[in-house]
Design a protein around this ligand. Structure first.
Ligand SMILES: [Cu+2]
Length: 99
């Protein structure tokens, strides 16, 4: 009987696990071209315009952007393109991390 209840617990845990699809991902982008206080604002607005981006935090000091997005709606390439189109070419620093 102990074996059976262990199986039930395992099955319940599997049912409670979130689906693999529609994962939120957070990546950090290197944005070396930012030089003044306006730069991170421009980069942040450009990133937030990308459909699927949930959060964009841009640091002038660290010259990086931390972006959280829905990975079924957008991807790293779209983020890199958005900053490049805004005048700030960027590259992937870390990630993709799932959270
Ligand atoms: Cu600037």
């Amino acid at each position: 009987m102990r074996m059976l209840s262990a199986l039930i617990v395992a099955a319940a845990a599997a049912l409670l696990a979130p689906p693999a699809a529609a994962a939120q991902r957070t990546v950090t982008l290197d944005v070396p071209g930012m030089v003044c206080q306006m730069c991170p604002i421009t980069v942040r607005i450009a990133l937030q315009k990308v459909p699927g981006v949930e959060k964009a935090e841009v640091s002038l000091e660290r010259k990086e952007a931390v972006v959280t997005f829905e990975d079924t709606k957008t991807g790293v390439d779209a983020l890199l393109e958005a900053t490049r189109n805004a005048g700030y070419p960027s590259s992937l620093k870390s990630g993709p991390a799932t959270q």
